[in-house]
Design a protein. Structure first.
Length: 126
């Protein structure tokens, strides 16, 4: 956590984000994909996945295929973006990764669907 993190980290997740986390943790491809808008954007590891079919392929291979789970730590809102910090685990290559691996998920939701998700491994600013 950096010194720019808001003091209030008690945001309750919206229903679609709670469902997204639940679906990820139960490896349910269809339920995960159902949380996204048709024209959503995901950026994971500096790679962009535009639209529901590209997102479905990413989910099937890299989330469900690698048995990724998320243990939510803190959540907060910032100007319409929901920030969720979570410990990631799974069967992916963990070479040179910290344990635990904490990733920050930046979600934008419109009309009850995720329209953008950016997954970033942040480092503390010097």
């Amino acid at each position: 956590m950096t010194d720019t993190t808001p003091a209030d980290t008690t945001t309750t997740l919206s229903p679609v984000l709670a469902e997204h986390i639940r679906a990820v943790n139960t490896f349910d491809v269809d339920a995960i994909v159902a949380t996204f808008a048709e024209d959503a954007l995901v950026n994971d590891a500096r790679r962009e996945f535009w639209g529901i079919e590209a997102i479905r392929a990413w989910v099937a291979k890299e989330m469900v295929g690698d048995h990724v789970t998320l243990a939510v730590g803190e959540t907060f809102e910032h100007h319409g973006t929901t920030v969720v910090r979570a410990a990631y685990d799974g069967d992916y290559d963990k070479t040179n990764l910290p344990d635990p691996l904490i990733m920050t998920n930046y979600f934008t939701v419109e009309n009850g669907k995720i329209v953008s998700l950016f997954v970033i491994r942040n480092i503390t600013a010097d």
